[in-house]
Design a protein around this ligand. Structure first.
Ligand code: ADP
Length: 601
């Protein structure tokens, strides 16, 4: 038996060296575990001394003393082990620890006073007597308390995973079995070896610092994820709330611009429009970035014609030039397959961001917008480059370019409107599509942004719905007398929408709920177009639409009108059954397109 004890000691020393040499996250568990290890080593040493002292037939009193020290060790180990188990299963571990410690002191004193005897016949040896019996009883009480704490904890926290109790449970049962076996076969001398075995198993199953570290890291990651989620939710609901009053500001100030106003007022209205538009840009940016970061943005793929996007982008860029003396050079690779499969809304958003920046950060010279492609099997790699002769970016700033809210060269850009969110969003969207973006720039001379995005090729002729719809809003509109119904629970929103539609000489009616809209339609009223808010109390826009469509003869076009303007929303509303989508604050140009599409027929 002595060989087993010596081996246990060697093994325990090795484990101790490994345990103490590793970095650990300090907590109550491993504080107690450290004590268990130390107590265990001392116990093994006492056990060996006790064995040798009996074998060498030392003085009886000395043997009794060693035996009592050994009992003290057993007591201390069981105490520390129980404290460990209980501290894992209860919030009141400090109070319970004190109670157990008191038991330890009292039982240690009693154990010391009670008599102990030993038996040795040259081959067999063991200790016995009242002190030993008492130690068995105390040990069982400790382990009983442990079992009770495990069962109680499971009963209270049903949601905890049952699996995590298994190692502790097995250890406690192992401890009880050890006492029973030792009591019935005293000459086996297994106590210190079994306790070592349990201590070592605890290391491998629970206390291994690497495992603990991973466990702690997982907890930290979960907490960080939750905090990030809470932040994103807050940002998106805040942005949403801001959009409603902003709708009124943008709508009315844009309407005012068309009025006959004194020169000073005209200037001020122009400033209000500009300021509210840049506020809107910030809100949209925050909304987009928070959605991307919380993983709520999805890439919605469909068939589309890249040429349409390209033409549209060129037109938009020219429209943004204003008075700037900038030459727009364009080049389109005609070999780009006619029908591609991908998220055209995002592709357009990405390129538009880069083109808008080129216009913003270039005073004079040129903007060169080029698209080429590399085709391999079914994949078309779109290579889009935008080069400008603008202010350029310092080499040391290129890495900061894609960080949120990072605006470079502030003193030079002070007059340029911007949020520092555009490129952060652009980069994240490109990554979502497994694409790349590269920036080259010479400070003071100009910059070149090159994007590569892979899109699948669809081998067929252009079909009507693969075409991205481009409505020519420069067309003259004559829709006077057409009947339009606007449904929105917010009175100001109704006023804004009516005001923006005023110049079309329409016959406008407004309603403030989904239910009243249903009543109107069901009582036979006919309209040429319905603009419907989604987020209304009682019955939402989507619900109202579904109810209206239950009547199979209902065929009035309905356009969703909502402050829920995250990219990707349009697809969601179209899939619900809306004919189209208008984000609030309502953009005059977008509104005009809708009017042309549905009323100017
Ligand atoms: P912003 O809203 O400020 O334009 P972006 O994220 O789009 O935000 O761009 C971040 C910063 O990168 C800008 O503030 C600007 O300093 C710099 N930048 C972006 N594009 C260009 C460019 N074409 N030329 C020079 N600087 C640019």
């Amino acid at each position: 038996m002595i060989n087993v004890i010596i081996l246990s000691l060697i093994y325990m020393i090795l484990i101790t060296l490994i345990y103490f040499s590793k970095d650990k996250i300090e907590n109550l568990d491993n504080k107690i575990y450290k004590r268990i290890i130390v107590i265990n080593i001392i116990g093994l040493i006492i056990d060996i001394i006790q064995f040798l002292s009996i074998k060498n037939e030392l003085d009886e009193q000395l043997i009794y003393l060693f035996a009592k020290f050994f009992l003290l060790y057993v007591n201390a180990w069981t105490f520390a082990f129980s404290y460990y188990v209980i501290s894992k299963n209860t919030k009141h571990s400090t109070a319970l620890g004190r109670l157990l410690f008191t038991i330890l002191v009292v039982t240690a004193i009693i154990g010391f006073i009670l008599p102990v005897k030993y038996f040795y016949n040259g081959t067999e040896m063991y200790t016995y007597g009242k002190a030993i019996d008492f130690a068995y009883i105390v040990g069982n009480i400790y382990l009983g308390i442990c079992l009770f704490s495990i069962v109680l904890d499971y009963a209270i926290n049903k949601n905890k995973n049952l699996k995590q109790y298994i190692p502790l449970f097995i250890f406690v049962i192992g401890g009880i079995l050890e006492i029973v076996v030792q009591k019935t076969n005293p000459s086996l001398i297994i106590v210190s070896s079994v306790e070592t075995f349990i201590t070592i198993l605890m290391y491998f199953f629970i206390e291994n610092p690497d495992m603990k570290m991973i466990e702690q890291l997982n907890i930290a990651r979960d907490q960080a994820d939750k905090a990030n989620q809470a932040k994103s939710d807050f940002l998106s609901s805040m942005s949403h709330e801001i959009r409603t009053p902003l709708n009124a500001i943008v709508g009315f100030s844009e309407a005012l611009q068309e009025e006959e106003l004194p020169e000073k007022a005209r200037e001020e209205v122009k400033d209000i429009v500009m300021a509210s538009n840049s506020l809107l840009e910030i809100v949209n940016g925050i909304l987009d970035i928070s959605k991307i970061e919380s993983g709520k943005i999805e890439i919605v793929n469909s068939e589309y014609n890249f040429r349409d996007i390209y033409d549209n982008l060129v037109a938009l860029t020219k429209g943004r030039l204003g008075e700037k003396p900038l030459e727009i050079r364009t080049s389109y690779d005609e070999s780009i397959p006619k029908v591609l499969y991908g998220d055209h809304t995002r592709v357009k958003q990405i390129i538009l961001n880069i083109l808008t920046n080129a216009v913003k950060y270039t005073k004079e010279g040129y903007i060169d917008f080029r698209v080429t492609s590399l085709v391999k099997d079914d994949i078309c790699r779109l290579i889009i480059s935008v080069e400008d002769s603008g202010i350029g970016i310092k080499q040391e700033n290129i890495n900061k370019l894609f960080s949120r809210f990072e605006r470079l060269d502030i003193d030079k850009n002070i007059t340029i409107e911007g949020t520092g969110l555009g490129l952060a969003i652009t980069k994240k969207l490109i990554e979502l599509m497994q694409g790349t973006i590269v920036v080259q720039s010479v400070y003071g001379k100009g910059s070149k942004f090159t994007i590569a995005i892979d899109q699948r090729i669809i081998h067929k002729e252009i079909v009507e719905d693969a075409k991205v719809e481009v409505v020519d809003s420069s067309k003259n509109v004559d829709v006077s007398g057409k009947k339009v119904l606007i449904v929105d629970d917010n009175k100001i929103n109704l006023k804004v929408a009516s005001r923006l539609l005023e110049s079309y000489n329409l016959n406008i009616e407004t309603l403030d709920s989904g239910a009243s809209c249903l009543d109107k339609i069901n009582s036979g009223n006919i309209y040429d177009l319905i603009l419907m808010d989604d987020m209304m109390p009682g019955m939402s826009g989507v619900e109202t639409l579904h109810k209206l469509k239950e009547n199979t003869s209902f065929n009035i076009p309905i356009v969703a009108l909502t402050a829920n303007a995250i990219s990707g929303m349009k697809e969601k509303y179209l899939s619900e059954g809306f004919n189209d989508y208008l984000a609030k604050p309502i953009d005059k140009e977008e509104l005009k397109k809708i009017i042309i599409k549905y009323l100017n027929k």
